[in-house]
Design a protein around this ligand. Structure first.
Ligand SMILES: [Cu+2]
Length: 480
């Protein structure tokens, strides 16, 4: 049967008795996270910031999600989960499911055989910057870094908007109001969903700080005053310990860093999360790009009045390309399938929009996965997925090399569902298109699920198409 629209699809799932079950009502609440404006935000069971999900490697997670918003549809994505065998639980509207209507419930059941730092978010109509996003922490008793720290902390960074997404999206996609297709610029930066945050620390202890950029759009630089960071995990991949003073995190990226507290409690220290203004089309001169937090050794002593500074938004931070995976997984190869994706902007639907291989995306009426599952042999014919997507067909166990040529001036994070990928090559800004042959692939490339392509440059990455669910024949690629 070929599904004609979302209203025709009915799926029934059974719940395993041993599951960790979260019963979540998605609701509106009023909050003022940046201290500038009280506005409706999307909470969970009346709670915001939304709760973190904690689980152990191998555990089943069940989220019974009921949409109590009343005026909007919703959905939930588990960012970074491979969803092996459970692709229908991935969450993106129009790709693996229909939107969850007001009053409706969708039950997500997934077993996570991964470790590290992830996050969940609405993947429906650009909704998550209204508040529906939070950390997922997958604990691993076998972690090679487990003996290197005393306590864990979670630090989220986000851009924040005073307008709600339906308004922002309406303007953004309007040919008359936004001919240039300029992305909305946030009103502020927030840290742990607040204007500021403090971590109480004990002299001599080492902390693993799980940093998650849950932004809609902004990349953040992060620096702690007089405390070195040691990177030990990126996007669910353990790394060889890598010390640095300054890191750069695109939207949706995660980094776990070890920080050792000073031996005494003589003073408190500031840290900063600073949005990269190079992403913004116009200069938001009234915007404070920074969110400042504190390491508090002694709450009777004053907080620092200044925050740590850095010289440049484009230089001086640790290049994640140079990270080495702890497991030293070798370069995937030989390549059996190469895919080139040319990202450009042009006139589509009477306004300036982004496109991949000259196709500007429109959400399918029938979710891609439902098409895969309902068209039989035709699933490997790209034409069945409609004219407004860029389907790429790969064979099971293909070693896929993806080339992203970014003709836009701005850098952009690239994210893929169902897999993570090895970083093979990343050009500097304005380097033009990829020449066709990689010269500098590392012997043991770092694996991430979000990597940044520089403005006017290119990116090459590889993955093995080994996700066992047949429905991942066409992995989804987001360009944010
Ligand atoms: Cu994702």
């Amino acid at each position: 049967m070929l599904l004609k629209s979302c209203s025709r699809a009915i799926f029934i799932y059974t719940i395993c008795a041993s599951a960790a079950v979260y019963n979540w009502d998605v609701t509106w609440v009023l909050r003022n996270p940046d201290g500038l404006l009280t506005r409706p935000v999307i909470g969970i069971n009346g709670q915001w910031p939304p709760p973190a999900i904690h689980a152990n490697v191998g555990e089943q997670i069940t989220v019974v999600l009921t949409n109590q918003l009343g005026n909007e549809t919703t959905g939930m994505h588990f960012h970074g989960f491979f969803q092996e065998g459970t692709n229908s639980m991935d969450g993106p509207t129009g790709i693996t499911q229909c939107p969850i209507g007001p009053g409706e419930t969708f039950t997500y059941i997934t077993t996570v055989n991964q470790y590290g730092t992830y996050w969940y978010h609405s993947h429906n109509r650009g909704q998550y910057p209204d508040g529906f996003r939070g950390p997922i922490i997958i604990h691993d008793p076998q972690s090679p870094h487990a003996n290197q720290y005393d306590e864990e902390l979670v630090l989220t960074l986000s851009d924040w908007y005073h307008q709600q997404i339906p308004d922002l999206l309406g303007n953004f996609l309007s040919p008359t109001l936004n001919t240039d297709g300029a992305e909305p610029i946030p009103d502020s930066a927030i840290i742990n969903d607040n204007a500021t945050t403090s971590f109480s620390v004990t002299p001599g202890k080492t902390y693993m700080v799980r940093i998650i950029n849950v932004s809609n759009f902004a990349a953040f630089l992060v620096k702690f005053d007089q405390h070195e960071m040691t990177i030990v995990e990126v996007d669910g991949t353990y790394t060889k310990a890598q010390p640095t003073d300054l890191i750069y995190m695109s939207s949706a990226q995660r980094m776990s860093v070890l920080i050792t507290a000073k031996p005494n409690a003589n003073q408190n220290f500031a840290f900063v999360g600073a949005m990269d203004p190079n992403m913004f089309d116009s200069d938001p001169s009234t915007l404070n790009l920074n969110a400042t937090g504190y390491l508090v050794y002694d709450d009777k002593k004053p907080l620092p009045s200044t925050e740590p500074t850095f010289a440049s938004y484009t230089d001086g931070f640790f290049d994640d390309f140079d990270l080495v995976p702890y497991d030293e997984t070798k370069l995937f190869g030989p390549v059996t399938k190469q895919i080139t994706l040319n990202v450009s902007s042009g006139t589509y639907f009477n306004q300036n929009r982004f496109a991949i291989n000259n196709i500007s995306y429109v959400e399918p009426k029938v979710p891609t996965l439902y098409t895969v599952m309902s068209v039989g042999e035709a699933a490997t014919n790209p034409a069945v997925y409609g004219e407004y997507s860029s389907p790429q067909i790969v064979n099971f166990n293909d070693v896929v090399e993806v080339v992203i040529n970014n003709s836009d001036d701005g850098g952009h994070p690239v994210h893929m569902h169902g897999h993570n990928f090895q970083m093979i090559e990343r050009s500097p800004t304005s380097a033009g298109v990829y020449g066709g042959t990689s010269t500098g692939a590392p012997a043991t490339p770092i694996r991430r699920d979000v990597i940044k392509v520089n403005g006017g440059g290119y990116l090459v990455y590889r993955f093995v198409a080994d996700n066992p669910d047949k429905s991942t024949l066409s992995p989804q690629i987001d360009i944010n």
